[in-house]
Design a binder for this molecule. Structure first.
Ligand code: ADP
Ligand code: MG
Length: 440
């Protein structure tokens, strides 16, 4: 009984500290909008970097021809070819292939890595086109590169640093587009890199191709990020020529957003961390209440041992005796013989952590709408937010909570003109679509 009371105390404290009443979320949304403005004002003006993507033409749906995309962001890369048939036919066909990067190339030299990529791309092009070569027209490629780069134009960008499993020292500070272009040249591959983008920009472009009311692309996957369309005259830090259509896509890099109302945004809202937060709570529960019995806590003490897909599976467990929760606790954390009450408590912990994430995610989206002046009922102008990423796609309760919270924050009237859409595979096809819009 003492264990149960001690455990309930831990959960009650968590519940209280993770509470996200609408008033707090509205403060977070306003703070996001303010930081966006500060980041646009001057370089380094905010922790939200607000990087210029130099994408000033988004796809309209009227593009025609064959275009290529290359998506590099993890242990695999993808190459794809789309055939665009103009405003009536749209995407006539889309072929793609995924290639695993040999681990030794992830820490070798830049020319080895890009040589490998160009080689695979060349094979894909040869097989796809067969004898039908591109009748003298240069092939256009969009390149999605999900690592931090500093861009000065739409088709160039120097690598700031590698993340994830990569560490190729001689590529840092180099223009990744030039590296790719050189590697393709060596292979005799006649292809032009028309744009360098990241997955958030790709998601925006991929959705915009079908719907001109799309104003932002947002990722909730391993990490989180957002890109949106801003008016050129709202970007004081931009010194170049005014863009084509008076708009520019901004790559927010909002993961580092932080305000007096909360710690770093990405750590509370992305797939990399949600499982880890729950693990820490369960460890505290174990140490302070002994509710799991006399268990060996070594798995519970291992950082990142509990992953977000595990907590998602437990959270969605609909079996009457919470069989899946019991299984996950056993398999991943070596916690056995839990009572139904204890398993319910674990589900509640997942619920508290995932709901806070989803509600803060909604506040971020509301911040973008505020910045654009689209959070009220102005002219019933429709605003579509395209969202992608494994967390949003697979964690149903996260997604449902994000959508309902956005409604709560905007109010009934304004909600009618805001649509959240799942945009699938922006990082792949989005790049090819931007290559198309840039070259036409
Ligand atoms: P990335 O952000 O690395 O490009 P994805 O968009 O595919 O990758 O998202 C992968 C992330 O999505 C994983 O790190 C994980 O946190 C989360 N995820 C994947 N599957 C699930 C799932 N079934 N339930 C909850 N989260 C999931
Ligand atoms: Mg991705």
């Amino acid at each position: 009984m003492a264990a149960a009371a001690g455990a309930e105390k831990v959960v009650a404290e968590l519940r209280e500290r993770c509470a996200t009443p609408a008033s707090l979320l509205l403060d977070v949304a306003s703070a996001m909008a303010v930081e966006m403005g500060a980041g646009l004002e001057k370089e380094g003006g905010s922790r939200v970097k607000m990087l210029l993507s130099f994408v000033d033409k988004l796809p309209t749906g009227r593009e025609e021809g064959l275009f290529y995309g290359l998506d590099l962001g993890g242990t695999n890369f993808r190459v794809l070819k789309v055939h665009l048939g103009g405003s009536k036919k749209h995407v006539v066909s889309c072929e793609s292939r995924e290639v695993t990067i040999p681990p030794h190339l992830m820490s070798g030299t830049s020319s080895e890595l890009f040589g490998f990529i160009a080689g695979e791309l060349g094979k894909f092009v040869a097989e796809e086109e067969g004898a039908n070569m591109s009748n003298g027209k240069k092939r256009e490629l969009g390149f999605t590169f999900s690592f931090p780069v500093r861009q000065r134009s739409v088709a160039s960008g120097t690598l700031v640093k590698w993340t994830k499993a990569f560490s190729i020292d001689d590529a840092v500070g180099e223009d990744v587009v030039a590296e790719l272009q050189t590697a393709m040249g060596k292979q005799g591959l006649d292809m032009h890199v028309a744009a360098l983008i990241n997955d958030a920009v790709g998601t925006l472009a991929g959705a915009r191709y079908y719907d001109e009311d799309v104003v932002a692309g947002v990722i909730f996957g391993t990490g989180t990020n957002a890109a949106y369309v801003e008016k050129a005259n709202a970007i004081p830090k931009w010194e170049g020529e005014l863009p084509h259509w008076g708009d520019m896509v901004i790559n927010m890099e909002w993961g580092n957003f932080y305000s007096s109302h909360l710690p770093i945004y990405e750590k509370l809202t992305s797939g990399m961390y949600l499982g880890e937060i729950v693990r820490r709570v369960l460890l505290k529960l174990s140490l302070q209440s002994g509710i799991f019995g006399a268990i060996d806590n070594s798995k519970l003490k291992t950082h990142f041992h509990l992953r977000t897909p595990h907590i998602s599976a437990m959270h969605h467990d609909e079996t009457p005796d919470l069989k899946i929760v019991a299984e996950k606790l056993h398999q991943t954390l070596e916690i056995t013989d839990t009572s139904l009450e204890t398993r319910k408590m674990v589900v509640e912990i997942c619920d508290i952590v995932a709901k806070r994430a989803a509600r803060l995610a909604a506040a971020g989206v509301a911040g973008i709408l505020m910045k654009l002046g689209r959070n009220g009922c102005v002219d019933k102008q429709r605003s579509v937010i395209a969202i992608d990423g494994g967390l949003f796609e697979h964690y149903t309760k996260f997604r449902e909570c994000l959508e309902s919270t956005l409604g709560e924050l905007l109010g009934e009237e304004a909600s009618k003109s805001v649509v959240v859409k799942h945009a699938n595979d922006g990082s792949g096809i989005g790049a090819a679509l931007i290559a198309a819009s840039q070259s036409q």
